[in-house]
Design a binder for this molecule. Structure first.
Ligand SMILES: Cc1cc2nc3c(=O)[nH]c(=O)nc-3n(C[C@H](O)[C@H](O)[C@H](O)COP(=O)(O)OP(=O)(O)OC[C@H]3O[C@@H](n4cnc5c(N)ncnc54)[C@H](O)[C@@H]3O)c2cc1C
Length: 232
């Protein structure tokens, strides 16, 4: 990211790890305590470094913030896949009270207005969770969440509960690319350019989702994508 692209207040500092959880297989969540000086808009991400650790290879990773600032902590979700990188090995074995360094926030995946219907989709559920937490209360517009996973749904139970409690929020859990593509065509037909389409995930999937929406007549400026560059 070029510095000239950065708008708003950029903070940097070291923050304490509160807890690390491993809810399933190679899925992890990391909770970090924050102080009053650090804030962000739901959907943004931070650049993480680990100053007290020796890391082989790339010394930083970007992680979307899955929580909202009102909660007083940063929540991150990640996977290690089969071979854990030196960075994630160091991060995910940290003990409570060890420190991570953060720089940010950065990002463009932000709720665009207060009235348009919202369609969210992605395998990159972390920033989507933050957007959902932002809009779950007092929503009077339709929200469609198309959540794709080939197995485990990180934050799945919590998201299901949010959807159960709010008739305006529809959760569609998808288990294959084909099923997801059919659902995305359906929501594009239903809402057209009245909605904003928020998407998050790896480059190839984000490109194909955008292409699919545009083939359905959705304008570029209604499609907001967060690309997890570097994710496997
Ligand atoms: C805006 C944004 C938000 C993100 N949010 C999340 C998140 O919430 N959760 C999450 O798990 N990940 C997120 N990522 C990706 C994250 O930063 C890591 O790159 C990813 O998790 C892989 O890290 P790793 O240590 O497991 O693998 P790595 O060891 O870093 O390698 C992963 C793969 O990416 C390739 N690669 C390595 N460095 C780069 C690079 N600089 N650019 C392109 N390719 C590279 C490698 O060759 C390898 O194939 C986000 C990325 C971006 C840009």
């Amino acid at each position: 990211m070029k510095l000239k692209d950065i708008k708003g207040v950029i903070n940097r500092g070291e923050f304490i790890v509160e807890s690390i959880e491993n809810p399933h297989d190679d899925y992890y969540t990391v909770k970090i305590k924050i102080d009053a000086g650090l804030t962000w808009v739901p959907g943004e991400h931070e650049i993480f470094t680990l100053p007290s650790k020796k890391i082989e290879g790339r010394k930083y990773r970007l992680f979307s913030i899955a929580s909202i600032p009102e909660k007083g902590f940063i929540l991150v979700g990640t996977r290690t896949r089969k071979e854990i990188s030196s960075f994630k090995q160091a991060l995910l074995t940290m003990k409570p009270n060890e420190k991570v360094a953060l720089r940010g926030p950065f990002g463009w995946l932000k709720i665009q207005d207060e009235t348009s219907p919202i369609v969210m989709s992605g395998v990159g559920i972390t920033p989507i969770r933050a957007l959902l937490k932002q809009v779950e209360i007092n929503t009077n517009r339709p929200i469609e969440l198309v959540y794709s996973s080939s197995g485990y749904y990180l934050f799945g139970e919590e998201i299901e509960a949010i959807a159960m409690n709010n008739p305006m929020i529809q959760l569609h859990k998808m288990a294959s690319r084909k099923e997801t593509a059919v659902k995305l065509d359906g929501v594009a037909e239903q809402y057209g350019n009245a909605a904003y389409y928020y998407n998050s995930g790896v480059t190839a999937i984000m490109r194909s989702v955008k292409k699919q929406y545009m083939e359905k007549g959705i304008k570029k400026n209604r499609i907001i994508s967060d690309i997890f560059l570097g994710a496997k």
